[in-house]
Design a protein around this ligand. Structure first.
Ligand code: PRX
Length: 664
């Protein structure tokens, strides 16, 4: 079959790929070998979640067993109430105790690697070494006065020490709040402030495509507004010149080296906070999503086990390309993979450093067996050409993963053929920061696959498509994606904002968790995600609130009003389009220079991921008579489409005409 015929066939949804027999043959065993087993598990889990999740939790280490598996008082769930455990113990010490101490836990490759990418720094950290390193970091934090419940902020590059720090926090019961290293100083200010965090762990800098991201400098800038930060630990990674403030800042290599490798794990109540992770919502202020110890740990470990068919000591090397600053990195670079006793591979830098074939060199060099990335990356690989993956031996790869945004069928086909040797199953995993782990996903060797569909709910996830009143819709009707029953990995709230938690997720359709995505279910019960229904954009698989970008644009003082919408983008999936009304002082010169200034402002203010792809200047924004910006109309204009929206309520018809006229 040629790739063109594949692409044509998949444009009709009838294309179904049988669960890969190739995968089944390549595995010593399958956790869920067929659909009959899946159906049985799913029904059992829905009918009796207590037994189902209780049995799974028994595979982990508990200091004290739970009294009840689930107490559900919508919207509050308590999982494994009365039980005490430790997530670090279960991801590290338990494996050492089970005889995996000498197995590689983390395999890491640094970005700088010579002209061809062939001489990188490589580190292998066994489970035993990980236990030692994590304990040293944990002791360092304790020495600085960090106690159970104190939030520690981590703002680092993709280095093993970031994983050590995450696990060290878990070890001593100090919730971590990881901030993506691509965010700028203001993001640090908001998050540190909201979490009341007094300790930051950072690096001097991070490597990104051969240049240095000045992490410590960003922290210093943020700390001008954060007098509450008392201690900063700095890992030397790139050797750039930085300021060290005496009394506040200390080097990782000084502080950590002098600590011992012995540090007992803190006994944590199952419902005690494991971490906060900030994510964008529909207001300008990111939400601190709360995840607790027992439920998150069990859920990420179990979803990782089934979705990727993880098996300890079977030679599996799992590479999820996500940054640890996002939920995917938390769940499927660190917790879920390590808890299964499988080697997690981490790469420090960019896919095109020094050249566009870097990922394929890595796959070949380390014999990666599970490769998991985002559709935006796949589209970039497609653009870079088939010759690059073809020039490398990718035969070690047995399973592919996709996450973060809907995967278009063309990308799905390319991924399967060019990376997956035309036989690897693709796990298109739908989930969210809030869900902790997979919600809807195929299981390898089990679920038939339809390119572009995330297929069926994970066992026990009661996903449905409903109308605004919560009535389930018939097959193929677009509607709201909801989850009707609690699951162990679900968020336990938004930090410091109970009302927003209730209103965002549970208030719109009482009793149901509203995911915020539009979706439909086809006649076979397969889910097709259509995209966000709120003012959240999914740019390159990263969540970004339109309000965040708007407030940054207005904050530049160069414009008086701004409206941000998504627009189709070949690589990013969704690009950022901004419609701006310039400040009167600049109105006469609303030109390319102003556009560049605004783009730079947003990049410095939020980070490069928020940089608008298109800025249009206008004298006014189209609004309804009640003053609401007509975003759908702006989306049509940004996409270059004739608007389908009723414009009879448009306040000023001329605005629409002018928007169309304005050049980019
Ligand atoms: O819109 C959905 C999209 O990403 C959103 C969640 O973003 P975030 O919390 O940053 O987590 C991303 C990684 C789990 C969802 O509401 N999304 C995520 N995975 C998929 C997806 N859309 C379609 N298909 C997916 N597989």
């Amino acid at each position: 079959m040629t790739s063109t015929s594949n692409i044509q066939s998949v444009q009709s949804e009838s294309a179904v790929y049988a669960p890969s027999s190739h995968f089944a043959k390549a595995m010593p065993s399958l956790h869920v070998p067929d659909m009959a087993t899946y159906e049985k598990l799913h029904t059992q889990a829905l009918n009796n979640p207590e037994n189902f999740w209780g049995d799974i939790a028994k595979e982990f280490h508990w200091y004290k067993p739970w009294n009840t598996v689930l107490e559900w008082n919508c919207p509050d769930a308590k999982w494994f109430s009365g039980g005490t455990t430790n997530a670090c113990f279960n991801a590290v010490d338990r494996l050492v105790a089970n005889g995996q101490g000498d197995d590689v836990a983390i395999l890491w490759e640094g970005e700088p690697a010579g002209d061809n990418g062939d001489t990188p720094e490589i580190r292998k950290i066994t489970y035993k070494e990980l236990q030692n390193e994590v304990s040293r970091v944990a002791n360092t934090l304790k020495r600085m006065g960090v106690r159970k419940g104190d939030v520690v902020t981590l703002y680092m590059g993709m280095v093993p020490e970031l994983a050590f720090a995450v696990l060290a926090c878990a070890r001593i019961g100090a919730p971590h709040s990881v901030i993506f290293g691509g965010f700028a100083a203001s993001a640090i200010v908001d998050r540190v402030h909201d979490a009341k965090s007094k300790v930051i762990v950072t690096c001097d800098g991070a490597w990104r495509r051969g240049s240095i991201v000045p992490l410590k400098e960003n922290v210093d800038k943020a700390c001008e507004q954060l007098p509450e930060v008392k201690n900063i630990v700095v890992l030397k990674r790139v050797g750039n010149s930085i300021n060290m403030k005496s009394g506040r800042d200390q080097w990782w290599h000084d502080a950590v080296a002098k600590e011992t490798t012995s540090c007992a794990c803190e006994e944590m109540e199952a419902e005690e906070l494991l971490f906060l992770l900030y994510t964008s919502g529909s207001t300008g202020k990111p939400k601190g999503i709360r995840h607790t110890t027992g439920g998150y740990m069990i859920y990420t470990a179990h979803t990782a086990k089934l979705t990727f068919n993880l098996l300890p000591r079977a030679g599996q090397i799992f590479w999820c390309t996500a940054d640890i600053g996002w939920i995917t990195g938390h769940s499927y670079v660190i917790y879920g993979i390590l808890a299964n006793g499988v080697t997690t591979f981490m790469y420090e830098g960019a896919p095109n450093a020094p050249k566009e074939d870097r990922f394929w060199r890595i796959v070949q060099r380390h014999k990666i067996t599970h490769f998991h990335t985002a559709p935006t990356a796949i589209r970039a690989f497609m653009k870079w050409g088939d010759a690059l993956p073809a020039a490398h031996d990718l035969s070690s790869v047995k399973l592919l993963g996709s996450v973060g945004e809907p995967i278009n069928p063309e990308a799905w086909m390319w991924y399967r053929e060019k990376i997956g040797g035309d036989c690897c199953p693709i796990m298109d995993t739908f989930w969210q920061t809030e869900s902790g782990g997979h919600l809807i996903t195929p299981l390898p060797g089990c679920t038939p696959m339809k390119p572009g569909s995330c297929t069926l709910p994970f066992p026990g996830v009661d996903a449905a498509i409903v109308d605004e009143q919560g009535n389930e819709l018939p097959a193929n009707s677009g509607g709201l994606l909801v989850i009707r029953k609690p699951w162990p990995g679900m968020l336990r709230g938004i930090h410091g904002d109970r009302e927003r938690y209730i209103e965002t997720y549970w208030g719109k359709i009482p009793g149901m968790y509203l995911a915020g995505d539009g979706a439909r279910r086809d006649g076979d019960g397969f889910f097709w995600i259509m995209g966000r229904i709120d003012d959240v954009l999914n740019v390159s698989g990263h969540r970004l609130g339109t309000a965040e970008v708007e407030s940054s644009l207005v904050g530049s003082k160069l414009v008086v009003e701004a409206a941000v919408v998504g627009m189709p983008h070949e690589i990013k999936g969704t690009g950022i389009a901004a419609f701006c009304v310039p400040h009167p002082d600049y109105a006469h010169a609303a030109d390319d220079a102003l556009r560049q200034k605004l783009m730079l402002h947003v990049t410095n203010d939020i980070g490069a991921i928020a940089r608008p792809d298109m800025i249009r200047f206008t004298t006014g924004l189209p609004k309804t008579r009640s003053g609401k910006i007509m975003r759908r109309l702006l989306r049509d204009v940004a996409a270059g489409k004739e608007t389908t929206q009723d414009v009879t309520t448009l306040e000023d018809f001329n605005v629409l005409a002018k928007l169309r006229e304005s050049d980019e």
